[in-house]
Design a protein around this ligand. Sequence first.
Ligand SMILES: NC(=O)c1ccc[n+]([C@@H]2O[C@H](COP(=O)([O-])OP(=O)(O)OC[C@H]3O[C@@H](n4cnc5c(N)ncnc54)[C@H](OP(=O)(O)O)[C@@H]3O)[C@@H](O)[C@H]2O)c1
Length: 319
Amino acid sequence: MKAAIYCQSGGPDVLRYEDAPDPVAAEDELLVRVEAISIEGGDTFARRKIEPRFDPHIVGYAASGEVIRVGAKVRGFAPGQKVTTFAFQGSHAALRAVPAATSWIVPDGLDMSIAAAIPCGAGTAALALDLGGVQAGQSVLVQGAAGGVGIAAVQLAHRAGARVMGTGTSAATLERLRDYGLSDAISIGATSVRDQVRGLLNGKGVDLLIDCVGGGALNDGLLALKDGGRAVLIGVVGDPGRPVNASHLIMHRLTLIGCLLGAIMAETPVHRMIASLLEEAARGDLRVPIDAEYRLSDAAAAHAHAEERGRIGRVIMVP
Ligand SMILES: NC(=O)c1ccc[n+]([C@@H]2O[C@H](COP(=O)([O-])OP(=O)(O)OC[C@H]3O[C@@H](n4cnc5c(N)ncnc54)[C@H](OP(=O)(O)O)[C@@H]3O)[C@@H](O)[C@H]2O)c1
């Protein structure tokens, strides 16, 4: 099969489109002919920062496609079904062997590119809001609001009845997020996130921080929380910045919660939550903007595009 592989971490140019051995599905796995690959923030992060586990290594979490074989112990899936899948590697390929436990049947009518983007992006946003205990009437700050996780968090927090604030590099892009439920745009720049948030809330902080950026941005977000507020940490893409100030957590009675979807995706409540997000997307109640589509043979260009700042939505590749 063809795949976008790399042998050492680095910039987008480490990706090469080459022949790789066809994967073999284990007894608890599906073999899937990939139709759409969603480039996730975790994919670009892994390619940039994490040395490959295999040589050559096929990066990538999220891909949708058609089941062409099911492992002997798999129940509930059959060849010919359209599925969307998650695994910690292997999406950037024409074929992928993936655990059935982290696969979902695509609802009728749902576009395969959007289906590819739902489990990781919207799934993480929904889990984070659940961990943060979002409630109607609360104020929620989403850092990295225009990213794949962020834009889902904006929609889901808005639907929960919260006032949603979001940070981003481009004021024009943040304006577009109003259509997804963003109430207040916080541009990263001259004025601190803390001051912008407190200016909007008459000096108070937000109830809940959903941080898709991390690094130095986490500290900025923590300063924007009210006393007793909660922060859910999702991303580690931000500049390293300073370590978290533990005294600040104590003095302001803050709760910092780590969120890692991939570790619990196969658990029944989380698997069901993602199935219901797919249904919502099929009904048009949850939207995933697709920014651009590339061929898998142009994976380096696709990754470079996905890493551009100030964008909105997902970059998709097709084999
Ligand atoms: N813990 C989990 O379970 C989990 C699950 C999924 C994803 N993640 C992580 O969550 C993060 C977001 O994922 P994603 O798929 O939403 O990524 P994405 O679509 O690439 O979006 C990332 C967002 O972060 C902002 N950003 C990028 N680089 C930044 C930097 N150096 N400093 C500040 N902001 C930056 C960008 O906003 P602007 O361009 O507007 O600045 C962009 O909208 C990634 O780190 C990913 O690895 C974690």
